[in-house]
Write a new protein. Structure first.
Length: 574
């Protein structure tokens, strides 16, 4: 999920128009599409990346969550950079940085380089994206603006829901033998076109009274978040040493220090990263709480992607097609929420949370019923309903949170809400991902026994002696448990080497029986671990449903706060 605050324009002013504003808009939207599609395009490439770069499970979490985390941290600052130094210059700098980061990601030879490149992509996206709505606000008249915003919303929705499918198509095409690298390298020509088009067509603009940058606030909040995220992601691989708990505990005093610094910054030059006064506004705290819980539920994509590709052998293209019905649900849900929110307000959030929770529950039922015979068609109903639920909440929660915020705090509130959405996505992957990989290890013993049930008899019928058959069954169990307990299930522990040595001396029929037993064990382990992890997601969405009743009651005017401020915030779904 990606989002961006909309820069406020005084109600009594009308932006000046320029002759090339529409061609410039299409160039700007091209760059926005590139950024927002990259937020999710990596999803279907994770298993390929793990095999090629020998990445650990924690590395996969960082590749997926690092982008959203960097985007969230830099989002408010990105908007301020444009106000201070000029939106055109900032936008071009963001495109250049994003394109360079994409090239580095495509050329990565190890997980560390890829994670760093993805983090840089997210930071550059946060510099680039806030300028898009600001450009629309200052370049189009009030009569033209709805059409321009409509095009923007269409591009954002298209980019957000098409990422996995585009990723699958690009990986499947395997242009020049680049495989998963294509999803990053394709940004290079797009970025070059966007830079040239922006330089030629987009006018420059600045805020008349821009707030100063709060780099100290950025540093403190980054340290606080890193103190939580790093132990969460790496803790399992490191066997949870004491320092991981101490580091997470250190995030509390860091956050306290951040609050004290922001108060000092407010008194000093009225340019804090976050205006703490907005938390006293009615509806802000409940709205942020709901957003933090709900959008963490999007982590079901991460779990399902690994399940269908690693356990069931789906290709990236087939995985992308599996998620396609979600896009249709988003379209349906967005239209419904637009009509319902002005009349029933917070009930749209309640309905959306309930729908998405029910959809994930439906996925659990489908996985359980179909097991290793799951096809993309089986998940269509759940995917459509999940899209509807996510769209209902996304289209409503920001407006509910901002509806009663005073004009003084409108800009800060917009940035904080969108930052919370991004942080929630990263938190979801970190927490649910850690639970999932931990369950793979916990469930491996029972899954191994399930997979090897009857293997001894099958080996005996293939001409293997009883002694060798018993040893082979034991080796399969040891190999599978050790592999699922390692930080990279694609590598082979020492116990697996013993199994493979026996396989080389066995008949082809015996080897096939052993490989089939491993396949059954893998499906059983992933199935049980996916179910249990997805139940955690259902729990989050259930809590979101309950928390939605803390939101203010009443209809919601989409697009503007009740106080008349021209502040608008949009969230695009991914």
């Amino acid at each position: 999920m990606s989002s961006t605050p909309h820069a406020a324009q005084p109600p009594d002013s009308e932006p000046g128009s320029h002759a090339r504003r529409w061609p410039a808009l299409f160039v700007v939207l091209l760059a926005a599409f590139m950024d927002l599609a990259d937020n999710t395009i990596v999803t279907v490439a994770l298993p390929e990346i793990q095999r090629d770069l020998k990445a650990t499970n924690a590395d996969l979490q960082w590749v997926a969550a690092g982008y959203a985390l960097a985007f969230a941290i830099m989002l408010i600052t990105g908007g301020r950079i444009g106000d201070v130094f000029g939106r055109k210059k900032t936008f071009i700098a963001g495109i250049v940085g994003f394109t360079v980061a994409s090239a580095l990601a495509g050329a990565a030879q190890n997980p560390e380089t890829l994670i760093g490149s993805r983090t840089l992509q997210g930071a550059m996206a946060a510099v680039m994206i806030p300028q898009v709505l600001t450009y629309i606000q200052v370049s189009f008249t009030s009569k033209e603006r709805p059409k321009a915003l409509g095009l923007y919303g269409m591009i954002l929705a298209l980019a957000g829901v098409s990422g996995p499918l585009l990723g699958g198509i690009l990986i499947n095409a395997d242009v020049f033998g680049w495989g998963w690298r294509t999803i990053f390298l394709v940004n290079i020509p797009i970025g070059v076109i966007a830079v040239i088009g922006t330089a030629v067509l987009m006018p420059e603009s600045r805020a008349e009274h821009a707030r100063r940058l709060d780099l100290g606030g950025v540093l403190l909040v980054t340290l606080a978040l890193f103190a939580v995220f790093y132990p969460l992601v790496q803790g399992r691989d490191l066997d949870w040493p004491v320092w991981t708990y101490l580091t997470m505990a250190a995030s509390v005093p860091l956050l306290v220090l951040f609050v004290l610094y922001e108060r000092h910054k407010s008194r000093k030059d009225d340019s804090p990263l976050i205006d703490l006064g907005l938390f006293r506004e009615r509806g802000v705290v409940p709205g942020l709480f709901v957003a933090l819980i709900f959008f963490a539920g999007g982590s079901f994509f991460f779990i399902l992607t690994l399940h269908i590709q690693i356990a069931l052998g789906y290709t990236p293209l087939r995985a992308g097609l599996t998620f396609l019905p979600f896009a249709f649900g988003v379209i349906i849900g967005s239209g419904a929420a637009t009509q319902l929110a002005p009349r029933v307000g917070r009930m749209v959030v309640s309905i959306g949370s309930l729908a998405m929770g029910g959809a994930v529950g439906g996925m659990i039922y489908t996985l359980t019923r179909t097991g290793g015979d799951l096809s993309p068609w089986h998940l269509v109903p759940s995917m459509v309903v999940a899209g509807i639920g996510l769209a209902c909440v996304s289209a409503t929660i920001v407006n509910i949170t901002l509806a009663r915020v005073s004009s003084r705090h409108a800009g800060s509130a917009s940035g904080v809400v969108n930052t919370t959405v991004q942080l929630s996505a990263a938190v979801g992957i970190a927490v649910i991902g850690a639970i999932f990989f931990g369950l793979l290890s916990t469930n491996s013993a029972s899954a191994a026994r399930e997979g090897t049930a009857g293997l001894g008899r099958a080996l005996a019928s293939a001409g293997v002696s009883q002694t060798d058959a018993e040893q082979a069954v034991g080796s399969v169990n040891d190999c599978f448990r050790d592999r699922m307990s390692s930080d990279d299930a694609s590598t082979n522990p020492a116990s697996c080497g013993q199994l493979f040595s026996r396989l080389e001396l066995s008949t082809p029929q015996a080897s096939d029986q052993v490989l089939e037993a491993v396949r059954r064990a893998t499906i059983a382990d992933f199935l049980r671990s996916s179910e249990q992890s997805l139940w955690c997601v259902v729990g989050l969405l259930g809590l979101s449903f309950l928390a939605s009743f803390l939101l203010p009651v009443g209809p919601v005017k989409t697009g503007k706060p009740e106080n008349g401020s021209n502040q608008e915030t949009r969230i695009t779904i991914s």
